[in-house]
Design a protein around this ligand. Sequence first.
Ligand SMILES: *Cc1c(COP(=O)(O)O)cnc(C)c1O
Length: 381
Amino acid sequence: MIPLSTPHITGNEWKYVKDCLDTGWVSSVGKYVQFFEEKLASVIGKSHATACINGTAALHIALMVAGVKAGDEVIVPALTFVAPANAVRYLGAYPVFIDVDPEFWQLDPQKLEDFLVKECELKGKDLVNKNTGRIVKAIIPVDLLGHPVDMDAILKVAHRFNLMVIEDNAESLGAGYKNQPVGLKADLVCLSFNGNKVVTSGGGGMILTDNASWAKRARYLTTQAKVNEVDYIHEDIGFNYRLSNVQAAIGLAQIEQLDVFIAQKRVMAQRYNEGLRNIKGIRLPKEASWAKSSYWLYTILIDNAVYKESNRMVLQRLHGLGIQSRPLWHPLHRLLPFAECYAYQIKEADRLFDCALSLPSSVHLTEEDQARVIDVLAKRE
Ligand SMILES: *Cc1c(COP(=O)(O)O)cnc(C)c1O
């Protein structure tokens, strides 16, 4: 069995977890939570980090901090894991779906701008979507599959229209944008440490920002919105979204290995690139000149007409040989929970959904296993 993406536990995980158990600090208070937060803040280059229970919760809180209210709209790529769109709905707000670009498969800054210019109008201070009458408040660019979005282009548009930018870096921790860590330039950054991500804490998330008062609010909202420790005074409806010390201990041990993990991921991508380059009907993932991808999931496009098999047929063939692969997420604007949401000229998300396939991409994927995957795709099996 060659899995798609599984954790690589080889560092200080046991040692730190044992420390938690030995000292009794197993719950939501403890030094590892703080160490984990400090470490992430320094990795991304942000002043403040707030750990929380998972990446979806991080997005939920980040949206609240950004001032998104019921009935507002938030821009989300049509092609992504569902978490950011769900988080928007938790607040009673609505995602607006924008297409991804055909080259790097990320939120398309040009289509974003077209939507804001052609479909929205300023009413007082509010930017209103003419199609729905709702106020557009924020953008959630997602670094899909580990490749960064073109953040400068997105920020330029965001600033012009006065929109908050919450970057979803769940898949791109360790990736780079213009020789800097991803996430550096966004107003708020959200991370996930789910088991299938590059770095895991068993489950967990993080909200990062340079703004001290937003960080304080994120901490407040993730800890039941308590304003007084002694008398238990709460001034908002808060959430119990804290990360446990045990999870943070695992996360800290993992993040210590981030550079090694990313280096291994990039060697893996290189090997796939070389092994698959000459197979007709397979298109390799591209990396922009300004990008350093984390290659969270190495993903190819299969041209059914040329390769003579669809992505689903290849998935089945791989599956039969014990090799796990996965198509991309169903474009969100086609899903029932988002039927009432506005979608702007989606084309690429649908096209990618029809032909993409993610291949085994674990950090510890061996050269032999990878060679097997390549052989099967080359139909040499
Ligand atoms: C994994 C992921 C998340 C968060 O997932 P959790 O399982 O809640 O930690 C958010 N956004 C994207 C794009 C993801 O891939």
